[in-house]
Every structure is written in structure tokens, then in C-alpha cells.
Design a protein around this ligand. Sequence first.
Ligand SMILES: *Cc1c(COP(=O)(O)O)cnc(C)c1O
Length: 414
Amino acid sequence: MADPTAPVPPDARPGPGVLDARAAALDAADPLRERRAAFVLDDTVYLDGNSLGALPRAVPVRLAEVVAREWGELRIRSWTESGWWTAPERVGDRIAPLVGSGPGRVVVGDSTSVNLFKALVGAVRTVPDDRDEILVDAATFPTDGYIAASAARLTGRTLRPVPAAGIAAAAGPRTAVALVNHVDYRTGTLHDLPGITAAVHAAGAPVVWDLCHSAGALPVELDAHGVDFAVGCTYKYLNGGPGAPAFLALRADRLAAFDSPLPGWNSHADPFAMAAHHTPATGAARGRVGTPDILSLLALDAALDVWDGVDIGAVRTKSLALTDFFLDCVAAELPPGTVESVTPADHARRGSQIALRHPDAATVMDRLIAAGVVGDFRPPDVLRFGFTPLYTSFADTLRAARTLRRVVGETASA
Ligand SMILES: *Cc1c(COP(=O)(O)O)cnc(C)c1O
């Protein structure tokens, strides 16, 4: 009997039911399939978890308790008795294993944009003045580029945009720091973190990695590769909720020497001494600024329960299987040439999303969403589908491709 999990050969369109059988077999063999029950989901095929992760069931329960008991009854006592004061470091320690960092070096708070600013200026403050260029991934998510430009102005450096694949070659004696996105938000390309980090280090400069599209989607080995600084969102693959606070991860020596450009009172060694001058805290608190956003932080804390007992390696295996299967379904279901994938076919260069170009991408995505398949549109012509292995099934994936076929057909004939 034919193996239902085998990929579709490029020249053969599968007969009726073949993809359904494959989806069913892949779902039956999926070691993560039970995790879906930990989320609030409905009949929608939700392929936008790379923009806003779905709601974990534990969150509303925990938040209700935080509001009623910790805020409502304990009030100010909760800063100590409920552990609010140390939550940024405690939640950071829960994220650390997901990004390959050790304990005590990840802090949660502020937005990714603000953490980028801290990391970039902090990095530039460690290098001599003749290192006068900040290298930035030319296709970066816009906020990274805007913040890097401001950091360059403030520190008297020049911003030099370079395609991510060229950063290793561009790094040299003038490099102050390089800022690279681990996964390109538009195309889903996974950049070479080990190789680029090693090349920037060989040029004598630190590197800042933006993990917004890789944290929670694939193994990130910050310490194994000696990454100096990393930042990332928690509301995408970490499901922390809208605007959930971001994280900042520092290598041990970088943390010990970290000269934050935003040294608020929360990063003081003894905040309640209310001292006139700033003495930086030792440990991850050094990356803090002001009073943490406790409700969002504790929502994130509860959301992280979905990772208990999950092997990030298994998440990666399923992510690649889902994206492979989606590409197979698209190739089998859509007339040839209707859409073009801009996500690398090579697993070593693929994040956890598939980006398809279509000339009417904005209209197609509006109609897809109306038809119950939620992805998103990125200008000028990209349909973006994020695959979140904790709650996306192979059956969802097939349904998304079939709905896409129907919607693209309707868009063409309209
Ligand atoms: C989502 C995303 C951000 C978002 O930054 P915020 O400060 O949270 O708005 C930044 N960088 C990248 C690469 C992203 O994908």
C-alpha cells in the first residue's frame, strides 16, 4: 500500500482523497496533537500565530485570580507576597530554555522596539569610536531599522543597511554592532545565526539578534553560539497576548558590563534606597527600566505553561512537516503559476511560515479571512501563513490550501 505520508511527486497530481489521507496519517502520528486542547480555538484555520498567538486556556483563569486576589485584595502587598517585583526575571528564566540561554540573563519587559534600543546602544557603548558603522539587515522589520537609525544618530555612528546574507562579509574593523533578524518577517527566510555571529565576532564586533519570528517556533541556541544580545516578542509564537512584554537576553559577560541607555529605577542595585545616583543591578534586572506591566507579564507567565514538557526540537520537526505539507497541497490544488512561494524550500533556511506572492494578495487575503482561513497580507503582494505547531493540524493545512484555491479562482474571475 502507498505510504500516505510520502510527499507528492512534482509531476503527479494526487487523486481524490490522497491529500486527505496524508493529512489524517500525519495528524495521527503527531506527538504534539494533544497540545491544541490547551488553547481557545474554534473552527477557524488560524495561520496568523506569527502575528498574535492564540489564547492559552490557562490565561483567563490566572488573570481573573491576579485581578481579584492579588490586586483586589492584597493590593500593594502583592509586589512582595505575590512575587510581582521579581516577575520580569522569573518569566525571563522560563523563556531562557526556549532560546538557548542560561538562567539569570533574560529579562521580560517593555516592547521589542525598546529592547532593541537598549541592546544596540548598550552594544555600541562597548566599542571604540573608530568602529563607526552599525550594520542592519536591509530587509528588516521596520521598527528595527528605525530604532537602529536613531541609535546611530545618538552614538555618532552611521547606519549601513546590508542584506542579511551579506552581513558576514560586510563586518569589518569599522563595525560597531550588527543587528540581524533571525527569520525575515516577510519571506520567512531563516538566517544563519551561527555563521553570521561567528563572522561578526571575527571582525571584533558584537551582534544583536531579533528573535521575534523564531522564539517558540524553532530551537535558538544563543549560548551555544555566543550571541551577545538578543531581543524578541512574546505575543507571536509565545502566545503572551496583545502587546505582551518583550524579552532581552544577554550573554554573561555582556550582562555584567551592560551600560543601559535607559537606566530606570527598576534596574538599580537597590531601587528602594531611592539613591540620587544610579548603581546598576547585577543580574538580569540590569535590563529593566521602570515598573513592569504586571497584568500582561502574568498573562504571559500563564501562557508559558503550554511549553511544559514540550521539546522545541519536536516543534521544529512538526513546523517543517506542516510547511512542507502546505507547499505540497498548494502545488497539488492550485493551477500551476497562480502563486509563487518566496519562502526557501531548503529546511535550513526556512522559518515557520510560508509566504506566497499573488498579484491581488490584499483582496485574496480579505476573502480568505472571510472564508475562515486567517493569515495576513504584507505589502506589496505577499500572502503570509504562519504555522504554529502547538495548535495547527495537517487537516487545517489542507483546508487552508483548498480554501485558497477557491478564493484565488473567485478573485481571478471577478
Ligand atoms: C513583530 C516584530 C517586532 C515588533 O516590535 P514591537 O516593539 O513589539 O512592536 C519587531 N521586530 C520584528 C522582527 C518583529 O517581527
